[in-house]
Design a protein around this ligand. Structure first.
Ligand code: NAD
Ligand code: UD1
Length: 315
């Protein structure tokens, strides 16, 4: 597999779920700087290593970020810091816009103005940009229909990233992650990823609340497959100034995933149903032929992924 080696890497949001798993995967062979304000991430997610430099800071502080970027001359930049909850951005649209869009634009502009010679910058966009467009599976060329401040900011920033690349000769790439799950996803907020909330309910014997009838579908992708995709997209030179779905192309309803998780854990879980969540997407799954052409092969079915995830929690 293509992997990043011997490089200076910036990971914003690196103490969060995807970011900290990425740090684990890259720390041995690289020097990594993490900027995270710990609003959702945890310091305990990060390994102890002399290759790691951690700054508890907000990416909204443009002066700090600009200084960091010009001082370090990174080879690779992963822009993962965000308010990752769709529902949270509906409650705080202006505040989350500063993080999910403006801070990232400032980072790009620092790179442009200072002509920083990075090898590539990757931005974490989202399947949320496709919204409720009925076309399934979602292809990168499918019409978009962003329904929430989250999705609007992700789409706009993704376009800034791709077109800063084309306009100013900066190698960039954007990923549209579908529903990522696995170890270290923080269940500590009602806005957390659904599988982390289900696993937390099972573990603590608590009731789980389904928004809607549970027949909404998602393309759940295990974290290790996401790490594979991130490495490929950074290292492969043909993946440039473009956007890629990162998913498995398997469709699963929320009711089915609850049933599977109960079976795997062998634990009971009481579930009740309530109204759908505002701005929620009904059906979502991906066409992944574009990233497969670069060598990406998802290795985890939902059952294999849930088993790994559950085992990591009870170890
Ligand atoms: P996460 O919440 O675990 O990670 C995001 C990290 O960003 C957290 O550690 C948080 O503390 C940090 N952060 C938030 N605001 C910040 C700020 N102002 N300054 C610095 N750090 C800040 O979420 P995740 O699941 O790891 O998501 C990583 C990225 O991938 C996000 O951009 C998210 O929108 C995107 N994404 C995630 C999924 C998914 O299913 N998990 C799907 C699509 C896109
Ligand atoms: C998730 C990600 C988002 C990403 C998107 C891409 C998180 C928090 N959200 O959004 O960053 O861009 O995938 O597809 O990681 N649900 C319940 N009960 C709960 C919580 C959720 O029924 O307690 C339902 C939701 O209403 C939704 C489904 O589960 O229908 C998934 O919710 P969630 O995990 O928040 O994910 P998305 O909104 O799909």
């Amino acid at each position: 597999m293509d992997t990043i080696k011997n490089s200076k890497i910036l990971i914003t949001g690196g103490a969060g779920f995807i970011g900290s798993n990425l740090v684990d995967a890259l720390i041995e062979d690289n020097e990594i700087v993490v900027v995270d304000d710990l609003s959702m991430g945890k310091i305990g997610n990060l390994p102890q290593s002399q290759n790691l430099h951690f700054f508890e800071h907000s990416i909204v502080d443009t002066e700090f970020m600009s200084h960091l970027l010009t001082e370090w001359n990174f080879d690779y930049v992963f822009l993962l810091a965000a308010v990752a909850s769709v529902a949270d951005t509906i409650v705080r649209p202006v505040e989350t816009h500063q993080i999910n869009q403006n801070a990232n634009l400032s980072i790009l502009d620092t790179i442009r103005v200072n002509k920083l010679p990075l090898k590539k910058l990757l931005f974490a966009s989202s399947a949320a940009v496709y919204g409720n467009n009925p076309e399934l599976p979602k292809k990168e060329i499918s019409p978009i229909d962003p329904q929430s401040p989250y999705a609007i900011d992700k789409f706009a920033t993704e376009r800034f990233v791709i077109n800063y690349g084309k306009l100013y000769g900066i190698p960039t790439v954007a990923t549209r992650f579908f529903n990522v799950y696995g170890p270290k996803q923080n269940p500590g907020s009602p806005y957390s990823g659904v599988l982390s909330l289900i696993s937390n309910s099972i573990k603590n014997g608590r009731n789980f609340k389904v928004f809607g009838d549970g027949e909404q579908t998602r393309d759940f992708v295990y974290i290790d497959d996401v790490i594979q995709a991130l490495n490929i997209l950074m290292v492969n030179e043909t993946a440039k100034n473009d956007v890629y779905n990162v998913a498995t192309s398997q469709i699963t309803s929320l009711n089915d995933v609850i049933k599977a998780f109960k079976n795997i854990s062998g634990e009971p879980l009481s579930v009740n149903y309530t109204n759908s969540r505002l701005g929620d997407i009904k059906n979502s799954y991906a066409d992944i032929s574009k990233i497969k052409k670069l060598g990406f092969t998802p290795k985890f079915s939902i059952i294999e992924g849930l088993k790994n995830y559950w085992n990591s929690m009870v170890e």
